[in-house]
Every structure is written in C-alpha cells, then in structure tokens.
Design a protein around this ligand. Structure first.
Ligand SMILES: [Zn+2]
Length: 308
C-alpha cells in the first residue's frame, strides 16, 4: 500500500485577484513537493451534497452558488473571492476529503493527502471567510462518523491560523476531538485555550509570534498528544496548513520544514498506536511557494514512508 493523493485540475480554476496570496500557483508548488514521491494519484470527485449538508445549511450552499460570477470576481468578505470556477473547486476539495476518508476507512490505503484548494478551515456554518467556502475537513469528519459509523474521530489543525470554521462546525460534536495550534494574536482572532467545545472536546493551543519548532514540539507533547491518546480516535484527520513556516508572508511563527516532518511523524506514531495508522490530511494554508513545496514534500514524504 502507498499514500493516496487526491487532486483535480478544477482546483486551479478557483482564481483570485492578482496579488492575492491564496493563488492557483500554490497547487503547482504542492505538485513540485509531491514530485519524486511514490504515491497513488486519484481524482478528487465532486462532493455529494449530503456530505456538505452535514455541516452547512442548504440556504448557505445556495447563497454561495448564486454568488458565483459569470466572469471576474465576486467578493464574499474582505479577503474571500469567488471566480467562475470557485464553487466547483471547493466542491472538489470537499469531495477529495470525503473520498480519502472512504478509501482509508475501506483499507485501500493507510493514509491519504488531499491536494486541493480553496482551503476550508475558516468556513463557518453560514459564513465564508478567510479564503474558505466549505469546511472540507469537518465535513470529512462528519462523513466518517455519520456515514461510516465510526465512534470517535480526531481533527488536528496545525495551520498557523485558528481553524475557527472547523471549531464552529464541530462545536457540539462529542464524537470529534478537535485540536488546533495557532499563532496568537493573529487572524481570525479566536483559538484561546479556554475555547473547549460543548463537551470539552476541543484543545486550543495558542503559540506566541516569533516562536519556533522547540515551542511547538513542547506544546504538542504537553497539550495535544495526551488528549489524542486518551480520546482513542478511530481516524485522525489533519488540517495541514504550512503557513507556520518561518518564510511564510502571512504570519510570524518560525517553524522549519523539519518541524512539519516531526509533527507528521508524531501523528503517525499516534495513529499507529490508536487506529491502525489511519490518517487523512488535507491542504489548508501555506503562502510562500518554495516553503510550501518543501513542507509538503516533508509532510507527505513521512506519510508515504509510514503508509507502506
Ligand atoms: Zn492559515
């Protein structure tokens, strides 16, 4: 077995105004990072609406679809835009996560990486924000629980920004442990340690600006890994943002490529111990193209080696 990678050319058609950091070129950088790894490539399908509706109301989905412009851009908030291909791209991102969940639960592979955009972890129930339209990883978690009948699923979000959308979508979901590390203060402003979810099932780990790998390792060992072990998930999903890298232009943490490899290795160790190695990781942020390529190579390289 090897690592499955889900992607689709439609994800290049989510275009942003010139100069926007969440650009289609990010996916080309991701592909540079994946080149040379021994992976099984699959096309990300369009999401089934049933899956989307587990997290977003139908009126919201219709509102996003209606807002898609015939040409140019429509703006949903200060930094979230729609182009003609955006909704299709976002539905590929959701569909990719759901297909990856199906494949890993179905033992077609031990782990998978979803190389799609736009990202999803800032999208709340009825609010597109922070470059995100639909909460892909939260929707994947719900599919694992509701469609496959898993009893416990964990989501780990190491994007430098707080996964406020995932937190909103899973706030009441006792069957899902959500652990998120984020630079604070930083956009979107949430993610304080006292945000614990309706059932105490959320772990928020604020990291101070300028802090690096050593602080991150200690924080995860202290706050996240023991909670994962205690929770005994049957699947671990990862919101894999690479914008905590020292070279990223949108934030101020000082992680290096090796830190993403370290964290991935630790999460694979936990997955091996807890759930047969089952990991589904999905691209979120990461805006320095060279750092993104190198970090994806490190992250997926570990998944590939551990997935054999
Ligand atoms: Zn981010």
């Amino acid at each position: 077995m090897t690592t499955l990678v889900y992607s689709h050319p439609d994800c290049l058609d989510h275009r942003e105004p010139p100069g926007h950091p969440e650009q289609a070129a990010r996916l080309l950088a991701v592909e540079r990072g994946l080149a040379g790894l021994d992976l099984e490539r699959r096309e990300a399908p369009l999401a089934d609406v049933t899956d989307v509706l587990r997290c977003h109301p139908a009126q919201y989905v219709a509102r996003v679809e209606r807002a898609v412009p015939q040409q140019g851009w429509a703006q949903l908030d200060g930094d979230t835009y729609l182009a003609p291909g955006s909704c299709q791209a976002a539905l590929r991102a959701v569909g990719g996560v759901c297909a990856a969940v199906d494949a890993v639960i179905g033992a077609q592979a031990r782990n998978a990486f979803v190389a799609c955009r736009p990202p999803g972890h800032h999208a709340e129930r009825e609010t597109a924000m922070g470059f995100c339209l639909f909460g892909s990883v939260a929707i994947g978690a719900k599919r694992a629980l509701d469609h496959h009948g898993l009893a416990r699923v964990a989501v780990v979000d190491f994007d430098v920004h707080h996964g406020n959308g995932t937190q909103d979508l899973l706030w009441d979901e006792a069957r899902c442990l959500f652990a998120s590390s984020q630079q604070m203060p930083l956009y979107p402003g949430s993610g304080f340690a006292d945000e614990r979810g309706a059932h105490g099932q959320m772990v928020n780990v604020p990291l101070r600006g300028g802090s690096g790998g050593a602080e991150m390792h200690a924080a995860y060992q202290r706050e996240v890994f023991p909670r994962l072990t205690a929770f005994q998930p049957e699947l671990i999903l990862i919101s894999a943002g690479f914008d905590a890298h020292a070279d990223d232009p949108l934030a101020g943490l000082m992680w290096r490529t090796a830190d993403f490899a370290w964290l991935t290795e630790q999460l694979c160790d936990l997955a091996d111990a807890l759930c047969g190695g089952r990991v589904v990781s999905a691209l979120e942020g990461g805006y320095d193209l060279d750092a993104l390529a190198a970090s994806v190579a490190a992250h997926v390289g570990v998944l590939q080696r551990r997935g054999r």
